[in-house]
Ligand binder design. Structure first.
Ligand SMILES: [Zn+2]
Length: 244
């Protein structure tokens, strides 16, 4: 294997309990979950330990997750668009053997994973809502496109929803909605994400509900699940009603 380690920051740490990547000097405690530094591994040890595996979701769409599970890592989705492959969100583990993508589109700031390393390796462009970049958790991660509002790129339709985080954005590609952790789990216990502004998420979730009603996605791809679109819609209506 070619030694690329010189191209990457020698100091990057991965918190094993949560998967958050710390760039630069090792902090005493994880800024995301508060775990002590004896629970961190350096990124290269993480690369050997955690292998990112792809599971097909639909034609041209796959879910990527680390094995063994790395903390609270949120699933990443690879989408083969007409304009080339892209990711929605990013694995917490850096595996330099993964197939490259040209763009990484984030739903929100909480799990930017090893996006700085993938960006460096592939010269990929990182896209995230501008409001998310103000978070201290995102400060060390390079961003190429701090967007605002809705947009379309590579056949992905991006909808700025807000709520769980101010810049929270969902993506629609073909008949799949990528909603990360806006609401979970995908069963009768579904509730809106409890972190953040609870009144805001219930109010802003109404826009997401309207989009799902209008576009009727066949599948909803979440942070640790893939659900039937019609079932998800009914569960989401219930979660919004209970939150109101
Ligand atoms: Zn942590």
């Amino acid at each position: 294997m070619i030694d690329l380690s010189a191209d990457f920051p020698p100091r990057q740490w991965v918190c094993v309990p949560c998967g958050y990547n710390m760039i630069g000097e090792m902090p005493e405690v994880c800024p995301f979950c508060g775990a002590r530094h004896d629970r961190f591994v350096s990124w290269d040890v993480g690369e050997e330990t955690y292998r990112v595996a792809e599971t097909p979701v639909a034609d041209g769409v796959a879910q990527l997750r680390s094995r063994p599970r790395l903390g609270l890592e949120h699933a990443c989705y690879r989408v083969e668009t007409a304009g080339g492959p892209v990711w929605i969100d990013c694995p917490s583990a850096f595996n330099r053997t993964l197939d490259p993508v040209g763009h990484i589109f984030f739903t929100h700031k909480d799990f930017m994973g090893a996006s700085n390393q993938y960006r460096a390796q592939w010269n990929a462009k990182v896209h995230i809502h501008a409001a998310e970049t103000a978070s201290p958790l995102a400060a060390m991660f390079p961003v190429d496109d701090a967007f605002a509002g809705d947009f379309t790129s590579h056949g992905l339709e991006a909808f700025h929803i807000g709520g769980h985080t101010e810049g929270f954005t969902v993506y629609l590609y073909d008949d799949i909605l990528f909603a990360c952790d806006y609401a979970f789990p995908p069963n009768g216990a579904m509730r809106l994400n409890p972190y953040g502004d609870s009144a805001g998420i219930a109010r802003k979730g109404r826009r997401l509900l309207a989009i799902v009603r209008e576009r009727t996605p066949r599948l909803v791809a979440g942070y640790n699940y893939v659900a039937d679109g019609a079932e998800w819609l009914a569960l989401f209506e219930g979660a919004l009603d209970r939150a109101a």
